[in-house]
Every structure is written in structure tokens, then in C-alpha cells.
Design a protein around this ligand. Structure first.
Ligand SMILES: [Zn+2]
Length: 408
């Protein structure tokens, strides 16, 4: 871990966080609760002490001095998790996608990232995994220790894209030293460039093998069927995107216990809706946009097949980029409406399954005793109307309330 969390930072944290938010017992009254593991409870109380859930069950006498929060009439669920979000991507003052060298200062860039983190948290996402930017580390640490409002962040720092097997092994060790929580690898080209395999089997074996030896997970960008097969066979732990997978690769992922993180539509629609802001930068050109348009029906069809694949673990990752932050729940709606997923299965994917993919299944992703108090509520019930996930009206992260519409 990066060692910026010294004594000064710890004191700043204590000063910025009122004691009441940390120490008091909080009792949350609910009428409908989804626990994140597939169970539904009626009229349950959630007791939170020092930011952790200590009891979930029938309403009982409220402990003396406890603060009460009434969420009856809403639907209560664990904080949502997006395992693929690029918080540092934003539109600059010229309303163009920010790239290095566009004249923006590091301060402008980090403020934009902080704003994205805030939007994400307010949308009910209490944890995100951000693959691919070194700036993520400071954002992660300031949110964790300095009171900056945002989701918990796990980051890969810079992704690995090329190099000899020895160089890749060295880079994996270097990322770990720099404080990366995971390793991000590009095994194929972008969807805008056709998605063909771009790292050899040998390179993937080196990178994923070293990461495994270092105790780190590996998130691998792979679109073509061959790149997905190579990724799984190299012992990597998660496949991102996989637009051109066939049933054989889905079965292989299931068999090898590799998590699959497909996107349903937000990332594609966001690019197309914001075309003028991206157009002309890198591979954001006519061909690239056409490729993304073609990907939309494929994406929903992939998810449909993935859902029917026995034993395949499907995480929830939107690949949120500039323009999409705060709309991370849109893929839940797509997965239910366009890919035929049951609302409960989709919610479990975006909570406990994604938590497990982060190796945090014992801390987040469920409402149960011993878990961090990451709790949200929606106006309306996502089980009967999945669009309710757009109407998050309560957000608690680690026992601290960041949003309670109508009550703040
Ligand atoms: Zn991405």
C-alpha cells in the first residue's frame, strides 16, 4: 500500500468525521429489505454500531440513545458495486473528452474525478473498482481517510498492455509496490479496433501467473473468443467485456471459476450520446462508433447466454467513462429488460457476487451481521419495477449517511 496515510492524515480524518457518525448506535426501520444474497425480509430492523451491522431482524426495542432512521415505504438493499468504472474520465471545459495535453491542470483533473466519485456515491454505488489510472490511488486514499465523499475504490493503477514476459512480471511486482489492489491487463484490442487478441498466451501466462504469486487478482480486457480463451487458460481471474464470446468460452469461464464482467448498454449508449465530445480523439472515429453501435445487440445476447451458462459467475461492471458517472445503475435496467435477467439475480450480481469477485465478500455486498453498513434505499421496488434503481433516495456507507432525500 502507498504510505501516505500517516498520523496527520489520521487526525484529519478524526476531525472531519463527527464522533456521532462513528460511535452511535443506529437503528434503521425497513418495510422491505433485499439482503444482497437473494433473500427478502419484511419489516426488519437493521442495527448499526460503529459503522458495522450488528443485527438484522424483527423490530425490537430501540437501544437507549440510538439514532433512528425510518426507511419504511422504500426498498432497502446493500450499497451497489460497480467493478469497472473509470472515475478519472471526464469532459473538460471545452466540453471535450479530457486527454493528457489538452491544457487541463492536474487540479482540474482531480476535481473532476472527485465530482465523478460524488455522483457515483449519490447514485447508490458504495464501492467501485477503477481499472487503469494512476490518479485513482490518491482519490481512493482521500475518500478512505480524508472525508472526501465517494465510493470505496479499488484500483489497478496503470494497465499492462505489452512487454516481454520478464518485463510484465516486473511490472506486476511494481504495481503491487505502488499500491495497486489488482492488475489490469489488455489481452485484446479495443472494440473500436476489432477486439482481436493483442497479447500472446505467453505474455498472459507471465502477467497473470506473477499476479497470482503476489496475491493479486487480474482483470483482463478481452473481446475476441480467442483472447478470452487465452485469458482463462493463463489463470487470470476475471474477463472484462467479451463481446465476441461463444458458448465454449462461457463454459470454460464457468469451469475454471473465472468471473465474467459483460456490459449491457450504458457504455455504448454513453459514447453514442456524447459522440461530439469524443469524436476525432484516438479511435473515436466513424469506424469506432459504428463498431460500438454493432456491439449493442451482441452485448445483450452475450448476457442472455451467460445467464443460461451453468455455474458462471457474472459480476456487475458498467465500464463507466466520461458522461456515465452517476448513471451506473442503467445496466441493471438493461440486464433485466433487454437480457431477460430476473431483478433479484441482477441485484445479487451487483452486490454479493461483485463483492466476492473483489475478495471482499465477508465485508460488503450484503445486509447481514458483521458487514460494513453500506446500505441504500430506492423509491419504488426494483423487484417489480427495475427502473426504481434510478431513484436512490438514501445512501449510507460505513455507517455514515451521505444521502436521505427529504430528511436532510
Ligand atoms: Zn474500461
Amino acid at each position: 500500500m502507498r504510505r501516505l496515510i500517516g498520523f496527520a492524515a489520521l487526525f484529519a480524518f478524526a476531525a472531519a468525521t463527527p464522533a456521532a457518525a462513528q460511535d452511535a448506535t443506529v437503528v434503521i426501520h425497513t418495510s422491505k429489505l433485499l439482503d444482497g444474497k437473494g433473500a427478502t425480509m419484511s419489516n426488519a430492523d437493521i442495527v448499526v454500531v460503529n459503522g458495522r451491522i450488528t443485527r438484522v431482524g424483527p423490530a425490537a426495542a430501540v437501544p437507549k440513545g440510538a439514532r433512528e432512521i425510518d426507511l419504511r415505504g422504500r426498498t432497502v438493499l446493500p450499497g451497489l458495486i460497480d467493478v469497472h468504472s473509470h472515475l478519472t474520465w471526464y469532459f473538460n471545459r471545452k466540453d471535450r473528452y479530457h486527454t493528457r495535453g489538452d491544457g487541463d491542470t492536474p487540479i482540474e483533473s482531480i476535481l473532476a474525478a472527485a465530482a465523478n466519485a460524488y455522483s457515483t456515491l449519490m447514485a447508490g454505488f458504495t464501492t467501485v473498482q477503477s481499472p487503469g489510472s494512476p490518479e485513482d490511488a490518491d482519490l481512493r486514499d482521500w475518500i478512505a481517510t480524508q472525508g472526501l465523499p465517494g465510493p470505496r475504490i479499488l484500483t489497478s493503477l496503470n494497465a499492462l498492455t505489452h512487454g516481454s514476459p520478464d518485463t510484465l512480471r516486473m511490472l506486476v511486482r511494481q504495481r503491487k509496490q505502488e499500491g495497486a489492489d489488482l492488475i489490469k491487463i489488455f489481452a485484446s484490442a479495443s472494440i473500436r479496433d476489432g477486439g482481436k487478441q493483442s497479447m500472446t498466451d505467453e505474455q498472459l501466462l507471465a502477467a497473470c501467473g506473477e499476479a497470482k504469486a503476489q496475491g493479486l487478482r487480474t482483470l483482463v480486457h478481452a473481446h475476441s473468443a480467442e483472447s478470452v480463451r487465452a485469458t482463462v487458460n493463463a489463470g487470470c481471474t476475471q474477463v472484462e467485456h467479451g463481446i465476441f464470446v461463444t458458448q465454449a468460452e462461457l463454459d470454460l469461464m464457468a469451469q475454471k471459476n473465472v468471473y465474467f464482467d459483460p456490459q449491457c448498454s450504458l457504455v455504448f449508449h454513453n459514447y453514442l450520446d456524447n459522440r461530439a465530445k469524443y469524436d476525432g480523439i484516438g479511435n473515436y472515429n466513424a469506424e469506432g462508433f459504428a463498431a460500438m453501435e454493432r456491439a449493442i445487440p451482441l452485448a445483450a445476447a452475450d448476457i442472455r447466454k451467460a445467464l443460461a451458462t451453468k455455474g458462471l459467475k457474472i459480476t456487475y461492471g458498467t465500464d463507466a467513462v466520461a458522461g456515465a458517472h452517476g448513471r451506473n445503475a442503467e445496466d441493471l435496467i438493461c440486464r433485466v429488460k433487454d437480457a431477460g435477467e430476473s431483478p433479484m439475480h441482477a441485484i445479487v450480481s451487483a452486490t454479493s457476487v461483485s463483492a466476492e469477485s473483489l475478495r471482499l465478500g465477508d465485508k460488503i455486498g450484503a445486509i447481514a451481521p458483521g458487514m460494513e453498513a453500506d446500505i441504500i434505499a430506492t423509491d419504488g421496488d426494483p423487484m417489480t419495477d427495475i427502473t426504481a434503481v434510478r431513484r436512490v433516495s438514501f445512501v449510507m456507507k460505513g455507517g455514515k449517511v451521505f444521502r436521505n432525500d427529504g430528511k436532510n
